[in-house]
Structures are given as C-alpha cells and as structure tokens.
Design a protein around this ligand. Structure first.
Ligand SMILES: Nc1ncnc2c1ncn2[C@@H]1O[C@H](COP(=O)(O)OP(=O)(O)O)[C@@H](O)[C@H]1O
Ligand SMILES: [Mg+2]
Length: 363
C-alpha cells in the first residue's frame, strides 16, 4: 500500500512528531508498504515521479528529542517559499497519490483537526479521528465542558485570559470577573487555591503547564501558559497517582501508570529516557482499573472520537479519579504510552500501525 507518514510541522511538539513519524515509517516499510515520510511543513522539493518506489531511508535525518521544545522560528525560516501555506511543497500532491496518510502529527496544526478537515475536502484518506473530535479535544476548555456534561470527573477549574486580551477570548462581557490582572471567563468568584495547575488551553506534551504554590509562581505560570495561547486553565492540583488509558475503536486498553522520578510529568520527564517509571498493566485493584477504563471509554464517546485516542488521568488517595484531557494523536513510538498498552494485550507496534491503517481505509 502507498502510505505517506505525515509528521513534523510547526507545533511545540514538532520533535516528538518526527520521532513518532520515523518509527511508524520504519515499521511500515519493514512490513512491505511503499511508505514515504514527509514533514507537513517543509514538504519535499524535487521530482516526485516514482517517489513511492524509491530505495531511500526517509527517516535518516531525524534526531532525538532534546530536553526543551523546539525553536519554531528556525523551522519557519527554512521555507524558501514563505509560510503563507501551512502545507510544504508537494505535500498535498503526494498525500493525494497515497492510499492512506498516516497522521503522526502532534499539537496545533495536525492534532487540532485543521489538517483532517482540509484532507476531507481534498479526498485524502487519513488515519485517526475526524476533524470535529480533534478540534474539540484540542481546546481543553471544550473538553472539560463535555466532561462536565457527561458527568466525567475532571479537576475543578476556571478559564482566564489577560485583561488586555479579553476581547480575543470567547467569553461574553457579563460573564467576566476580574482576578487582579486576569479576567475569568465563567465569572467565578472563587479565589485561586494553592497549589494549582496552570495550563495553556491548546497545549500538549506539558508545554505551557506549570504548578503554582504562591501568587508569584502563579504569575510566572500564567506568563508561561500565555506564550502559547490567549486563554489558560487554572485547575485544582490533584495529588496522587497518574495514569493513561488508550482506547481503540471504543474499547479501552490496559491502564499504564506513569511515575516521574522527580517533579511532575513535564516535557523533560516525558521524553528523556529513564526519567519516568512506566508500568503496564498498572498495579491496580479490579475496581480501580475498571473505573479508569470505563471513564476512558466514556470520554472517547463524549468527544465523539473515531479510531483511537488516549486519555490522561490522576487518582487521589481516596481513589477519586479525574480525567485531565484527551489526546487525539498520542505519541507513537514503540515505547510511547499507547503502544506499550497495546503490547500488553499482545499487539506489537507493527500490528498496531496496521490496525490504525485498516480502521482508516474501512477494512
Ligand atoms: N489538575 C492537575 N493536577 C495534577 N497534575 C496535573 C493536573 N493537570 C495536569 N497535570 C500534570 O501535567 C501534565 C500535563 O497536563 P495535561 O492536562 O495532560 O496536558 P498536556 O499533556 O496536553 O500538556 C499531566 O500529565 C500531569 O502530570
Ligand atoms: Mg497529557
């Protein structure tokens, strides 16, 4: 089958996406697919004749993930034709020639439904969920509204923006209340309770997420979150164990526990080997496990997912489970969370990639 593995892009999760992409690409190639790997933003310059038959390792130039998220301005400067069009040279053409596009993108522009919507209009078959669910999951405020509507427990929180940006956020004037230099969207009068978590509403890979214990840490946390979005979520901090649950075609996989050796599950602890202990299946009682898996399946329905997704959870000392968010295109290397969960039911990485392709082409 002709497959374009689409990765890279200009989100803060670019480097992670390149690793997901190269792992998927290598696996598909080994399985005999005519696979090529493309950076959605940088594209491919040159002749595309017979490109799917070329004997070339497309993943050669991909390096590891550094401790910090990438400098996107450098990537933008690499586009000789300017960056008016998100899709790089030949990307659409090659995606249209392929039987299926394997979506290995993470973050804004890829995981947020925009690429999926464009592909649907262009008749391109792609893996993963559709643009509606992807867009809803990308905005953590929408996700939390859906959780609340479906009685899926999620940490209590408020949405804030800077006063000067209030007009750019969606809240209506009568709903706004003032928090010092911030404006709360839901008019909540509650004071900020410490510790709290501050996160950009459209983030991923923990970029723009911080814990604040004091008002000055809160200000710093807001500065960090507002680098990425005009809105931020301020959430109660849940102390306890962290878990993730992948869902494929509506059915939950085994639960994985994530225990960073230091601090919380931030960018560094997510991608630097050895900094986090991951246990799958997690050491849980049956009732704890069922609670997490049921909640993951309900979250999948609430967000109207198709194909696959991964949900993130915290569980406090009283076994109260909180769903933090949903990931539309979760990390896809053999050691990423969802692939580890699939391996726990005997589905290796190659089989997982095939299953995802088969769901896309309707097999
Ligand atoms: N309310 C919370 N209480 C405790 N820890 C949290 C909370 N929200 C987020 N975290 C921590 O921050 C990490 C990233 O937050 P998350 O909501 O999953 O955003 P993303 O993964 O999209 O950046 C989580 O994996 C968890 O370790
Ligand atoms: Mg997460």
């Amino acid at each position: 089958m002709k497959v374009v593995v689409l990765c890279g892009g200009i989100s803060t999760e670019r480097d992670v996406s390149l690793i997901s992409g190269s792992m998927i690409y290598k696996t598909l190639k080994n399985k005999g697919h005519q696979a090529i790997m493309l950076d959605v933003y940088l594209g491919f310059e040159g002749s595309t004749d017979g490109i799917f038959e070329l004997d070339k390792d497309w993943s050669e130039s991909v390096k590891g993930i550094s401790e910090i998220n990438p400098d996107i301005s450098k990537i933008k400067a690499m586009r000789p034709d300017g960056d008016k069009n998100f899709f790089g040279p030949n990307v659409i053409k090659l995606c249209q020639e392929a039987d299926v596009v394997f979506m290995a993108l993470h973050g804004v522009g890829g995981e947020d439904g925009k690429v999926q919507a464009a592909f649907e209009l262009m008749g391109i078959t792609y893996t993963g969920t559709d643009f509606t669910s992807a867009a809803m999951a990308m905005d953590k405020t929408v996700t939390k509204d859906l959780f609340n509507a479906w009685n899926i427990n999620t940490p209590k929180g408020i949405v804030i923006c800077r006063k000067e940006n209030a007009s750019k956020a969606d809240a209506s004037d009568e709903k706004r209340s003032i928090y010092g230099k911030y404006v709360a969207e839901n008019g909540s009068e509650a004071d900020i309770v410490y510790p709290c978590i501050v996160k950009a509403t459209n983030g991923g890979s923990s970029v723009g997420v911080s814990i604040a214990n004091t008002p000055s840490e809160f200000d710093a946390a807001c500065d960090e979150a507002f680098k990425y979005d005009v809105k931020a979520i301020v959430e109660q901090f849940i102390k306890g164990r962290e878990f993730a649950v992948g869902v494929i075609d509506g059915k939950a996989l085994p639960v994985i526990e994530i225990a960073p050796k230091e601090g919380f599950y931030d960018y560094k602890n997510k991608y630097q080997a050895g900094s986090t202990v991951e246990t799958c299946p997690a050491d849980l009682t049956d009732s704890q496990r069922i609670k997490l898996q049921t909640m993951a399946e309900r979250a999948y329905k609430a967000l109207r997912y198709k194909s696959y997704a991964r949900m993130d959870f915290m569980m406090d000392k009283d076994d109260e489970v909180y769903c933090l968010e949903c990931n539309t295109l979760p990390g896809m290397t053999p050691t990423s969370l969802l692939p580890q969960e699939a391996a726990a039911i005997g589905m290796d990485f190659g089989e997982l990639c095939d299953r995802i392709i088969n769901m896309a082409i309707g097999k």
